[in-house]
Design a protein around this ligand. Structure first.
Ligand code: BG6
Length: 472
């Protein structure tokens, strides 16, 4: 089947600062939360690979930009590393060397015909703010973040027209404080909710500052809503799905897009003593400063059922009181990553946004396939023949384009990731890139088969996708 890709539909790629940069030029006291975790628990990171070298983007960004140019990429998202942007976070003393790096990177992208999209925080919370103020538990951090945003807009707003306040703002505190599976292993559901709230407030403040500056671009947030499917049509399973949606999706969508929290969520937070006690002034800021557009990261569906067992009253509250994860027999899997593959999430999420959030403009800011042992797919010339990735992208794009044809306000698709990169635990184990990174000292780059295929997609604007595809 051949599907035409609309002329203005963005086909881009993404990454983040901490997953690519490496510590070249980093100064004492500039650790981010991720850097501290890596130092504290290096054993957790696959084969010890982490942010220390990453892809050495700090020194090699021009090589990556050249490769973007070679495959005719038009849009690239990355983040500014907040932890490296200042030498003094409280007095807002900018690290001019690092700030110049961001400026040079933006210029290099523009010179190559690649539109930059910048995110202000892709988990790069400075460790100093974590230690001194307990991170996003504090309103002081909200204030310091807003000032950081102001400075970033002043420095790059003339050239960067797409801004994001956070990447997946729910993730860190969910892993750390709700599920307590990551360092610093503190279970605290009230803190989880407070961090969620402060990131919503910080977004509204950054939106206000951006709009007041008349930079001529737009600002949004990259969220990672999970398209949630109930096991069955029973009222109990449906309720479980609604509760999951409320606690993990609507907790950001509603205040950021509609300017208000769902009443039901407020009541549940009060009932379970995890309410975040907003002031009327803060709620007014949230109401008046909703986002211009959204980034949506989509990888896998979430399947739930009604809980079969009574909640242990000795346990701290967890939204899981209202749902149980459902394991669908026979589901397609990306076994390298342990994630279900269900391309229909693209269509369903698009319709969810169209129907519930007044069809706000948005784009897929991440989707992709992390795959282990890609060296086994290298041909004689050393090129990775990643047909599985081409299939994966094709199937997801197929559903997305169908949604666009059905009126979804989706402006594009950004692949995660442009190059292979590090991430917690997964490190360089599962490769996501269009560009392979060798783990030698030079971090040598080479285009995979998918990169050439992506170029033809960008040039010809025709997607060839079979109706059904079996994933191996
Ligand atoms: C997204 C994050 O959730 O998923 C990225 O924004 C991350 O930072 C990506 O790398 C893929 O997840 P992982 O854990 O396989 O790297």
């Amino acid at each position: 089947m051949k599907i035409a890709i609309p002329e203005n539909f963005i086909i881009g790629a993404a990454s983040s600062a901490w997953q690519t940069e490496g510590w070249h030029g980093k100064k004492d006291g500039q650790d981010s939360f991720l850097d501290s975790w890596y130092k504290e628990e290096t054993f957790v990171w696959h084969n010890g690979y982490g942010p220390a070298v990453a892809t050495n983007f700090m020194e090699k960004y021009q090589d990556d930009v050249d490769l973007m140019k070679e495959i005719h990429l038009t849009h690239y998202r990355t983040s500014i590393n907040w932890a490296r942007f200042f030498t003094d976070y409280e007095n807002l003393v900018v690290d001019e060397e690092y700030a110049q790096h961001i400026s040079d990177m933006v210029d290099a992208l523009l010179a190559a015909g690649v539109e930059p999209m910048l995110c202000l925080e892709h988990y790069e919370l400075p460790s100093y703010l974590m230690e001194k103020y307990d991170g996003w538990s504090s309103k002081k951090v909200v204030e310091l973040y807003a000032e950081y945003a102001r400075i970033a807009f002043e420095r790059y707003g003339d050239r960067v027209k797409h801004w994001f306040t956070f990447n997946e703002p729910i993730v860190v505190q969910t892993r750390c404080y709700l599920d307590a599976v990551r360092w610093p292993h503190e279970q605290n559901t009230k803190k989880w909710m407070l961090w969620n709230y402060h990131k919503v407030l910080a977004t509204a403040k950054a939106v206000a500052i951006y709009h007041a500056g008349n930079y001529g671009g737009r600002i949004g947030c990259v969220l990672n809503p999970e398209m949630v499917y109930p096991r069955s049509n029973s009222a109990e399973d449906q309720k479980a799905a609604e509760m999951y949606d409320l606690f993990f999706n609507r907790v950001y969508f509603d205040p950021m897009v509609n300017g208000v929290y769902p009443q039901k969520l407020i009541e549940l937070c009060q009932e379970h003593e995890i309410y975040f006690d907003p002031t009327p002034e803060e709620l007014a800021i949230i109401k008046e400063n909703t986002v211009d557009f959204l980034g949506v990261n989509q990888y896998y569906p979430k399947r739930v059922r009604a809980p079969r067992y009574q909640w242990n009253p000795e346990m701290p509250f967890h939204p899981e009181m209202y749902y149980e994860v459902f394991d669908l027999p026979g589901k397609k899997m990306n076994n390298s990553r342990g994630w279900e593959i269900y391309p229909q999430i693209m269509y369903d999420m698009a319709m969810y946004l169209k129907n519930n959030y007044h069809n706000i403009p948005w784009l897929v800011t991440e989707n992709g396939m992390g795959r282990e042992n890609e060296e086994n797919y290298q041909n004689e010339q050393g090129m990775v023949e990643d047909d599985y990735r081409i299939d994966f992208i094709s199937q997801h794009l197929r559903y997305l384009l169908k949604a666009v044809a059905d009126g979804a306000n989706c402006e594009g698709y950004m692949l995660w990731a442009f190059t292979d990169c590090v991430s917690p635990m997964n490190a360089f184990k599962n490769r996501y890139g269009l560009v392979r990174i060798e783990l030698n000292e030079e971090r040598t780059r080479s285009l995979k088969k998918s990169a050439y295929w992506y170029r033809s997609l960008i040039d010809d604007r025709i997607l060839e996708a079979e109706e059904e595809k079996l994933y191996r």
